[in-house]
Design a binder for this molecule. Structure first.
Ligand code: NDP
Length: 437
């Protein structure tokens, strides 16, 4: 059967889907209310009176303008579809994804570097042509709230569009008749809300435009970078200088973005592309959650300039460098091993023909790459010092996400590899952080 029914629903099924659909946007709203232009978050406790004032100031004052902001919609649609157009027009290499359940493979155009290159040429040219001002960055900073709400509304519409589209049969490649779409194994429960939330179709596409791969790396990730730059520019405009805390946060986060976008082919074998459907969870996560929560540190620093000194900066950069080294060398070791380039390394054979590496990075823990990611997350939070827990939200959330991801991956590998996975667990008992977890 091409599309088996989903029997085990992830995220506690319907209840989890409803809770997350309401809870995730509420969390983004809450965090940004705490980091708003008027009041700042204070330590762990949230001042309810200030929060209420911020709520009145930002939301109740003019709710219709926030909910249906024509200017923000125009900006967002230009941004989103401008990036779609760039992805289609700019040159790139063509790669095939993993084999799908019907034995076919999808082709992907990989040109993230060209798209980022375009953005990097565009911003300085805007600076030069506007006599030393960048109106795009000013707009993004000044319209943070309308853009956040618009991106949320857009993700709602997009997830409804792909859900409805998942019921429309596809034309056969030879043009004769139609065929079923491939659905995500976890998103075909028959429960409308759950399937809409988790993603019913595995790879929704319009022509050659792959909506999931595009959303994973372009509009949200680059908007996060743009928001960071807008905060840096705001600080420069209002204080006449750029504080070292802001410079280090923006530099480290852009380093991560610049590393992720050109390496988009690595995503083709990741769980998000190979297994997960594209629904509200991914659409909202990619388009709203990533830009509007990952930029919290820069946003906080735009309102609270901090000078850290070179010694603390050195510590922060070292943590990022160590994290990046672990993350990238572990990932590269696994892909080289899987490509048959490291035959001398100790491994466990499986009945599926593949082998499980149990030496080097993959002998230290089952997901040592996640540990690298957690160190990177820490390096982004530290520049805000310890004034507020708000800017540490990222590491708290991201560590929980990686632990949940590790449990999902473990369940998948246990079912796929059986005894070989049990042997791997015996030889490599730690899940993420060696000797800790
Ligand atoms: P992994 O890179 O750890 O890949 C897990 C898969 O690798 C398993 O399903 C299995 O797949 C295979 N595998 C597991 N153990 C072994 C082994 N010992 N030897 C060989 N193959 C093995 O996880 P992800 O795909 O989740 O993450 C990839 C990267 O992306 C990580 O660095 C992660 O930190 C990062 N990431 C970043 C996020 C972000 O928002 N910044 C979000 C999520 C992840 P198979 O079925 O092929 O055997």
């Amino acid at each position: 059967m091409l599309n088996p029914k989903t029997t085990e629903k992830d995220f506690f099924g319907f209840v989890g889907a409803v809770t997350l659909t309401l809870g995730l946007p509420a969390t983004v709203l809450f965090l940004n209310l705490c980091a708003n232009d008027v009041y700042k978050a204070e330590g762990i406790k949230v001042d309810a009176e200030k929060l209420q004032l911020a709520f009145t100031e930002k939301i109740l004052k003019n709710p219709m303008e926030l909910l249906f902001n024509v200017s923000a919609w125009k900006w967002y649609l230009t941004w989103f579809f401008g990036l779609v157009a760039l992805g289609q027009i700019l040159p790139g290499k063509t790669l095939q994804g993993v084999e799908l359940r019907d034995g076919t493979k999808l082709t992907y155009k990989i040109n993230g570097l060209a798209v980022v290159g375009f953005v990097f040429v565009y911003l300085p040219s805007s600076y030069l042509s506007h006599g030393g001002s960048v109106p795009e960055l000013v707009y993004v900073y000044d319209n943070f709230w309308p853009l956040m709400v618009t991106s949320f509304e857009f993700s709602l519409l997009l997830s409804c569009f792909v859900y409805a589209g998942s019921f429309v049969p596809l034309r056969k490649p030879n043009g004769k008749g139609t065929r079923e779409r491939i659905l995500a194994t976890g998103g075909n429960s028959g429960n409308v809300l759950f399937d809409w939330f988790i993603g019913r179709e595995l790879n929704p596409r319009i022509g050659s435009w792959d909506i999931k791969l595009f959303c994973e790396l372009r509009p949200g990730l680059l908007l996060w970078g743009l928001l960071d730059l807008s905060c840096l520019y705001h600080q420069y405009k209002t204080t006449g200088t750029i504080y070292d805390s802001m410079a280090v946060v923006v530099a480290l986060q852009w380093f991560y973005i610049l590393d992720a976008v050109p390496n988009e082919e690595g995503l083709l074998t990741m769980m998000d592309i190979t297994t997960d459907g594209f629904g509200f969870m991914l659409a909202f996560g990619d388009l709203t959650w990533v830009p509007f929560t990952y930029s919290l540190q820069a946003r906080y620093l735009a309102l609270t300039p901090l000078q850290l000194g070179y010694k603390f900066i050195l510590v922060i950069v070292s943590i990022m460098a160590l994290g990046y080294y672990i993350f990238s060398s572990a990932n590269s070791q696994k892909s080289k091993f899987r490509a048959g380039k490291l035959p001398q390394m100790k491994s466990i054979s499986t009945t599926r023909g593949t082998k499980l590496l149990c030496e080097g990075w993959w002998g230290l823990s089952q997901h040592i790459n996640y540990f690298g990611d957690i160190l990177i997350a820490l390096s982004w939070c530290l520049p805000t010092r310890t004034e507020t827990l708000l800017t540490y939200f990222y590491i708290i959330y991201f560590s929980s996400l990686l632990i949940h991801r590790q449990t999902r991956d473990e369940a998948k590998c246990r079912a796929k590899y059986g005894k070989a996975w049990e042997e791997y667990e015996r030889q490599v008992p730690y899940k993420i952080i060696p000797y800790v977890y």
